[in-house]
Design a protein around this ligand. Structure first.
Ligand code: TEU
Ligand code: CA
Length: 532
């Protein structure tokens, strides 16, 4: 039993959380000033998106120095203060670590590109041109080829993301050991663990066009575990877009000594056309959503693996806008998704603003968009003849800025996020969707999250109970958790229509987002109850 099996993790996207000095950019002192609110919510750990020194082409996911803090966020001293201040509140800090690639401004890459004979040349992936062209057809997640020609040395380097994010060559043991040494220095600062960005890509074999799940991936992770976090009681979560339950077991089976758990994305891609760019969405099939959630709950058996549970992160649109209802039923649907997810088996993650039901923020022009992925998609598709209107609509549906607008603290100008001009415009709805308002309203989404965290902390059934799905009509999902003779029923109406559900004999309602509870569920009604 490890601490992270009982934990609820809160993700902070530092640039948008809380600005402390009026420059419009969230920062570490800002986070420290909000720890009391997070403690009140009840979370156990903070996943901190990158604050390392970075030119910021991908908001910090392009790291120029793993052991320096970007001045826009603060100093290394602020990080130490954050770790200590969080610890006082029993909150651990999970550092986001991007080691599939670095920034092109990292000293390693500067050396590597300086000459074909540089000792660090092989730290990145360099290939000769083929017939004067790119070595192969691999593409970047951020549009275009994954290869960029370095004019000076006449070779191409690989970047699975932007050209400013060259891929490290994990086949080179010197690279691996340099990364492990750096991780150890972070562990020694007292952090609670790591979130490992696109970790399923580190085993890539570019010459065979293998990106994810490469043949040596698990070897590297076992080596990393033994060299770094295996010696401490740390939580590690890998971002793995290509994970199936079988693959997730390989990462998270305790006997394999790799990671605590991984983020799977099967669930969060159900409204996308398989094999096509994420912008090509299709309506969500509720039966498929249920089947997928159930599959992960039942197949990732907790003796041999561990689930992570999430609807949101800094790359995904807001769940309430995406699969819920951000108008009339905003609070109801936001709390329904919370209840449905937080009573499953696994470690839940809350992305900043989710706990108050923050919504997507639509734009009308590309000038309002910051995200590199959205901007590149727009530019590429416009040239290919797609209309600006369609592209803006796609960006409003799937764009990453939806999740990155400033945290809405109160109804004062700029939502209490900054006294200056925010780097990304806030959502105009902060006048009524904000933390201050949510704290004052005992029925708010925030209070549902607080109660869910309490239920988890106080009842081993939530962490350890068996999971059994019930057969229901399409618009309803229901399951039973059981542990040492106790049985809890969780029911959620996934639609904006009334639905029928014949509940077994309930002895006590533990939490409901609307009452009364009858066989006729109200739109987006959800509850958890003890069974008699
Ligand atoms: O995301 C990995 C990734 O593949 C995403 O780019 C994803 O495909 C896309 O964002 C879906 O919208 C991680 C980070 O979470 C992301 O913020 C970074 O941009 C990316 O890695 C590169 O480091
Ligand atoms: Ca600031």
């Amino acid at each position: 039993m490890s601490w992270w099996q009982n934990a609820v993790v809160y993700q902070i996207y530092p640039k948008s959380f809380q600005d402390s000095n009026g420059d419009g950019i969230g920062d570490l002192p800002g986070i420290i000033s909000r720890l009391d609110e997070l403690q009140q919510l009840g979370i156990d750990a903070i996943w901190l998106s990158p604050v390392y020194q970075s030119p910021g082409f991908d908001n910090g996911y392009d790291i120029a120095d793993y052991e320096a803090i970007d001045p826009q966020f603060g100093t290394m001293g602020d990080v130490d203060t954050l770790i200590a201040a969080a610890k006082k509140r029993n909150i651990r800090i999970i550092m986001d670590l991007v080691v599939n690639h670095t920034s092109d401004q990292h000293a390693w890459f500067k050396q590597s590109r300086s000459s074909r004979n540089d000792p660090k040349r092989d730290w990145y992936v360099w290939r000769d041109p083929v017939d004067g062209h790119e070595p192969n057809d691999m593409t970047s997640t951020f549009s275009g080829s994954a290869w960029t020609l370095d004019e000076q040395t006449g070779q191409y380097y690989l970047h699975l993301f932007s050209p400013q994010q060259p891929d490290l060559n994990w086949e080179n043991p010197d690279v691996r050991h340099a990364v492990y040494a750096m991780m150890n220095r972070w562990i020694d600062r007292g952090i609670g663990g790591f979130r490992l960005d696109v970790i399923d890509l580190i085993g890539k074999i570019p010459d065979q066009e293998i990106r994810e799940n490469g043949p040596h991936l698990h070897e590297y992770l076992q080596e990393m575990n033994a060299a770094t976090f295996g010696r401490a009681d740390l939580m590690t979560v890998g971002e793995t877009w290509g994970a199936t339950p079988e693959i997730a077991k390989q990462y998270s089976d305790p006997e394999r000594h790799e990671l605590s758990m991984v983020f799977q994305f099967e669930t969060m891609q159900l409204d996308q056309k398989p094999g096509e760019p994420k912008w090509h969405t299709i309506p969500l099939d509720l039966d498929l959503l249920k089947q997928t959630l159930i599959k992960w709950q039942t197949e990732l058996d907790y003796q041999h693996g561990w689930n992570s549970l999430f609807w949101n992160n800094h790359d995904l649109p807001r769940i309430v806008s995406r699969w819920g209802n951000d108008g009339q039923y905003r609070e109801r649907s936001a709390s329904m998704f919370a209840i449905l997810l937080h009573l499953m088996r696994g470690t839940p993650y809350i992305y900043q603003g989710e706990e108050i039901g923050m919504t997507n923020r639509p734009v009308t022009s590309i000038d309002e968009v910051n995200d590199i992925e959205s901007r590149n998609w727009y530019a590429e598709q416009l040239v290919q003849g797609q209309s600006a209107e369609t592209l803006i609509q796609q960006i409003n549906t799937m764009g990453r800025d939806n999740a990155r607008t400033p945290m809405q603290w109160d109804a004062t100008p700029h939502a209490g996020f900054t006294t200056g001009t925010p780097w990304l415009a806030e959502n105009a709805n902060y006048d009524h969707i904000n933390v201050k308002q949510a704290l004052a309203d005992p029925n708010s989404v925030w209070h549902v999250y607080q109660r869910l965290i309490q239920l988890r902390h106080q009842n081993p059934i939530v962490v350890h109970g068996d999971f059994e799905p019930l057969t229901t009509d399409s618009g309803v999902m229901a399951y039973v958790r059981s542990f040492e003779g106790e049985r809890w029923l969780v029911v959620a109406n996934l639609t904006d229509q009334p639905q029928h559900f014949n509940q077994p004999n309930i002895s006590e309602i533990l939490l409901a987002n609307v009452e009364p509870i009858t066989t006729q569920l109200q739109p987006y009604q959800a509850y958890v109850a003890k069974l008699a």
